[in-house]
Design a protein around this ligand. Structure first.
Ligand code: SF4
Length: 339
């Protein structure tokens, strides 16, 4: 005689594990929150390089909201793209299409190695005139290699369904349909999710800053990008290119001075005033003919009130320092060489 078997327990669909690219900006934080709100396990990944903002901001935002954060060193990738950006640069030296695709590629590689089902970004369709239109979004997806495993939760309902949606790892109905440049919906969502700290949109990447890019372009034309300490020196002080071709970096404050002092390598010189306070100068493999001008430069930027002569001490690796008394020079002399 047949017995009644107990009714099968309803199957709860497994929720996915998402690795979300996170700059610390509002949209990327919202992407994380939207996924978590429907039960998806969401963790954040962010990228570091000498060109990007310090990760302290994104770390703080993720900590406040309780998202685990992974940091990936992106320096080699972005240097590679600066040398050869297949899709070209934006308005400065920002290879945004390729940079974004490469970040998603790196995130997807990390995701596959660490048990995530898909990657997500905080992109909003039409929010940026060039990079977030439908064509560029598709191009980035294709270049990244993530294909259908790339989800954009804030605009997902306006885009083709992705694999995690089709597999039921994510409920498409609970994703969003944000579009365009109006930030009001994001502000309201931020309140709802309790997001209090996030930087202004589009901040933090130096490759979009014209003054920074002028110095970077000059470095690329002369020394190139292979010497990472010179790339890092772009973040410190004033930069001069003297007539003999020497790059001189002059510190603006104590932190700059310390960074420049420790950046000295064989063939370089470091100079600073010793009888009055003043900046430290890193002269990168200085041309012999530029050395008198470098000493005058240090004297001009020193705090020389009340003295006629500045004693400029010149340091070379593995050599005794040498003092040079310099009559105080005028800063105007160097205006044409300032980068
Ligand atoms: S703004 Fe900077 S970090 Fe962002 S995609 Fe462009 S190059 Fe990359």
């Amino acid at each position: 005689m047949p017995t009644d078997s107990p009714p099968a327990a309803p199957q709860t669909p497994r929720k996915g594990r998402a690795l979300c690219l996170c700059s610390g900006g509002l949209d990327s934080l919202l992407g994380l929150c939207v996924l978590r709100a429907q039960g998806v396990h969401a963790e954040a990944v962010s990228f570091t390089s000498p060109f990007f903002a310090d990760p302290a901001g994104v770390r703080r935002s993720c900590e406040e909201l309780g998202f685990p954060l992974h940091l990936i060193d992106f320096t080699a990738d972005i240097l590679d793209l600066l040398r050869n950006p297949p899709s070209g640069f934006g308005s400065c030296l920002n290879p945004c299409i390729d940079c974004h695709a490469r970040m998603i590629r790196r995130a997807w590689e990390f995701a596959q190695a660490n048990g995530f089902d898909f990657v997500a970004t905080g992109e909003v369709l039409g929010q940026r005139p060039m990079s977030q239109q439908r064509g560029p979004l598709n191009r980035v997806r294709n270049l990244s290699g993530a294909g259908g495993r790339l989800l954009r939760p804030l605009s997902a309902k306006l885009l083709d369904p992705t694999e995690p949606e089709l597999e039921g790892l994510v409920d498409r109905e609970r994703l969003l349909d944000l579009q365009g440049r109006n930030r009001k919906p994001q502000m309201e969502l931020a309140k709802r999710f309790g997001i209090r700290h996030y930087p202004a949109p589009a901040g933090g990447c130096k490759l979009t800053e014209p003054n920074y890019c002028r110095r970077l372009r000059n470095l690329m034309e002369h020394e190139g990008l292979d010497d990472l300490r010179l790339v890092e020196a772009l973040n410190h002080g004033r930069h001069f290119r003297l007539p003999g071709g020497t790059l001189v970096v002059l510190g603006r404050d104590r932190a700059d001075n310390e960074a420049l002092r420790t950046a000295m390598r064989g063939g370089d010189a470091v100079l600073r005033s010793v009888n009055v306070p003043g900046p430290t100068a890193l002269a990168v493999r200085p041309a012999e003919g530029d050395l008198p001008a470098i000493r005058r430069l240090v004297s001009a930027y020193s705090d020389h009130k009340g003295v006629d002569t500045v004693v400029v001490r010149e340091f070379r690796p593995a050599a005794r320092p040498v003092d040079h008394p310099e009559p105080v020079a005028a800063r105007d002399e160097f205006a044409a060489f300032l980068l």
